[in-house]
Write a protein that binds this ligand. Structure first.
Ligand code: FMN
Length: 320
């Protein structure tokens, strides 16, 4: 079991429902990401034995830098879910994270996700219950608050309840994804607790990761949207943190990563994987001149071999 929170400035892939499947996680890990997260998994679904929910626990053969993210609001059920996850994944599991930040209506209306920021005592009870059964660190990902800045007092409750590390996305639930992530909130949480704090929100590359670390004093950074279609961002960030030179991938190398993504998702999930790939592929082409026609062609591709052929054939028409 690797505990990435004990390493110097870990760089993490954010959990992203619908995106951070086994294939995308493996790609990010291959570019140096220290820890990846599953998509958020319902504790209720797991404890009810829902087969579809349990599928989120399938790992890649050599996946060993993985945290499972759970959501739920019932402390006993969350503890039961921890047992299921740890029995199922054994030594492959590194951490269990609790989603206390999701702003989606269908999540908060059940009292899950960021709704827990309105009930800090319950949030604390959940962590205490999970800690009594978890063989691995229990961490929490949360927001700046519900509609106000309450993250410091919330972080203290989580620390007192036994959380091993925290990750803050400093926007309120009300803000959803609007405005800028408020880095000062990350600095305030870091100053208030003595467990590791990971900063998240609007990191777009090496420079913004380093400035997040410098401005907030946080222990590590987590990258979400900027990694989509750009899994090599982890290599860029690790180089920037180590103050080492970094050469961005060439166009050919970028396309090769997109091809790898297509081939692995087809291998892993069959034709359905190619449907899921449709939301990833255009992201590999962002900023590439002349790629509009290629995007249409890729959408119509019937298999990964066709995707490979279209991408390799496109070199003459497109430029970075
Ligand atoms: C499509 C999408 C799905 C997300 N799903 C989750 C999730 O399952 N669990 C979670 O804690 N956060 C989720 N988030 C929030 C991200 O983990 C992250 O906190 C947010 O995107 C801010 O980071 P960024 O600016 O680096 O993208 C999701 C975000 C996006 C865009």
């Amino acid at each position: 079991m690797i505990n990435p929170y004990t390493s110097d400035h870990p760089v993490l892939l954010a959990p992203m429902a619908g995106y951070t499947d086994v294939v995308f996680r493996a790609l990010c890990t291959s570019f140096g990401c220290d820890l990846t997260f599953t998509e958020m998994i319902s504790a209720k679904g797991l404890t009810f034995g829902n087969v579809k929910t349990a599928q989120y626990l399938s790992l890649g053969a050599d996946e060993d830098r993985i945290a499972v993210q759970l959501f739920g609001h019932e402390h006993d059920r969350m503890a039961d879910a921890v047992k299921i996850v740890s029995d199922h994944l054994g030594p492959h599991l590194n951490c269990i994270d609790v989603n206390m930040g999701c702003p989606a209506q269908k999540i908060v209306s059940n009292g899950d996700g960021s709704a827990l920021m309105r009930t800090p005592a319950l949030a604390g009870r959940i962590i205490e219950a999970m800690k009594t059964v978890s063989p691995v660190p229990v961490t929490v990902k949360f927001r700046k608050g519900w509609d106000d800045d309450t993250c410091v007092s919330f972080a203290k409750v989580l620390e007192q309840s036994g959380a091993d590390a925290l990750c803050l996305h400093p926007r309120t639930r009300e803000q959803q994804y609007r405005g800028l992530a408020d880095r000062s909130a990350i600095g305030a949480v870091k100053a208030a607790v003595s467990i590791p704090v990971i900063g998240n929100g609007d990191i777009t590359g090496g420079e913004s990761a380093v400035s997040m670390l410098r401005e907030t004093g946080c222990d590590g950074v987590m990258v979400g949207r900027a990694a989509l279609g750009r899994p090599w961002i982890f290599r860029e960030i690790k180089a920037a943190i180590a103050n080492e030179p970094y050469t961005p991938p060439t166009l050919a190398e970028r396309l090769e990563v997109a091809i790898r993504h297509a081939e692995r998702i087809e291998q892993e999930k069959g034709p359905h994987g190619l449907v899921e790939l449709r939301k990833h592929l255009p992201r590999y082409l962002y900023g590439i001149r002349g790629s509009a026609a290629l995007r249409t062609k890729l959408n119509e591709a019937k298999n990964a071999a066709e995707i490979r052929a279209f991408l390799l054939d496109s070199h003459k028409d497109i430029t970075i």
